[in-house]
Design a protein around this ligand. Structure first.
Ligand SMILES: [Zn+2]
Length: 309
């Protein structure tokens, strides 16, 4: 089983954020997903599955991007990230020679910080082989017909580098959507369909809490979480309170990216996650998940002694 650290998940999040910011992946996916500019991507691993969340409604664009590559399992997920990272890190002067066309792909400031921070994790996205690069160049720059199994990659690469799609393979067969609303529908790679104004990492932690509160995932004792940016100040405080409860109640820890930090910090305050109908729990837990603006925490922390310790 592939096991990824919180730092690995930072790397994956940064590459996904960059690739989905770059192009409108909604076009041509054969569904009506509405995408929007992606500002935050967070990845979490629970057991063998990876869950991806965004702020607000940004998840649809991430799902379209992964679907365009044909991501369906860990292997295709990592391969997709390898292609993207290689194209992002290729020296500008080599692009025409290696790909047949130039392009303007470049990590943004926050993305580059996350890429640099996660340097030890780059082993997961090693450069493409010479053969893969040669194939990529042909698919991008030669307008000949391609066998069906190459059309999806051709479509993806051309779109990624900003070249006109070849009319011969504009409609590749798309795989199943990766969007899910809860863990019960989970596959190896999942994108959380959650449009609430809750910051991405809190959406993922809400999902874990819902599972635990329902008596599921009880054997899971550790989840890894890493994203493009460090949590904003209110989210960081909320996560502290959440972790204290998770440890005592479910003996479960959330592993976050280790210091020293050099990623950009998120800004603004979202809402707390919302879980309805929590019965049998006191105000600490009910207030953690009451959906209000995430800015003052006294209503949670004052119940700590009664309910946690
Ligand atoms: Zn936040």
């Amino acid at each position: 089983m592939a096991y990824y650290s919180a730092q690995d998940l930072v790397l994956f999040s940064a590459i996904i954020a960059a690739a989905t910011r770059e192009r409108d992946w909604d076009y041509g996916t054969g569904n009506n997903l509405k995408g929007t500019t992606v500002q935050e991507v967070q990845c979490m691993q629970i057991g063998e599955n990876i869950y991806i969340a965004c702020n607000n409604g940004e998840h649809a664009r991430v799902a379209s991007f992964l679907q365009a590559f044909g991501v369906s399992d860990h292997g295709s997920f990592i391969l997709c990230l390898k292609y993207c990272h290689h194209l992002y890190t290729m020296p500008h002067a080599d692009k025409v020679n290696l790909l047949g066309v130039g392009n303007d792909l470049k990590y943004s400031g926050p993305e580059q910080k996350a890429i640099d921070y996660s340097a030890p994790s780059h082993v997961h996205v090693r450069p493409l082989s010479e053969k893969q690069l040669t194939t990529a160049k042909t698919l991008i720059s030669v307008d000949s017909d391609q066998p069906l199994e190459k059309r999806q990659l051709a479509y993806f690469l051309r779109k990624f580098v900003g070249t006109d799609p070849n009319p011969k393979f504009t409609c590749p067969p798309y795989g199943a959507s990766l969007l899910i609303k809860s863990c019960s529908d989970a596959k190896a790679i999942n994108v959380l369909e959650d449009s609430l104004t809750v910051h991405a990492e809190l959406k993922l932690l809400r999902m874990v809490a819902e599972e635990k509160l329902a008596g599921r995932m009880m054997s899971v004792r550790r989840v890894n979480l890493g994203g493009l940016k460090q949590a904003c100040v209110p989210c960081a405080r909320w996560i502290e309170l959440y972790n204290a409860w998770m440890k005592v109640q479910f003996k479960t820890s959330v592993e976050l990216p280790p210091p020293p930090e050099s990623r950009e910090q998120g800004s603004g305050a979202g809402n707390r996650p919302l879980i309805g109908g929590i019965t049998g729990y006191g105000n600490y837990v009910k207030n953690l998940f009451n959906g209000v603006k995430n800015e003052s925490f006294e209503d949670i922390s004052r119940h700590k002694d009664d309910e946690i310790l």
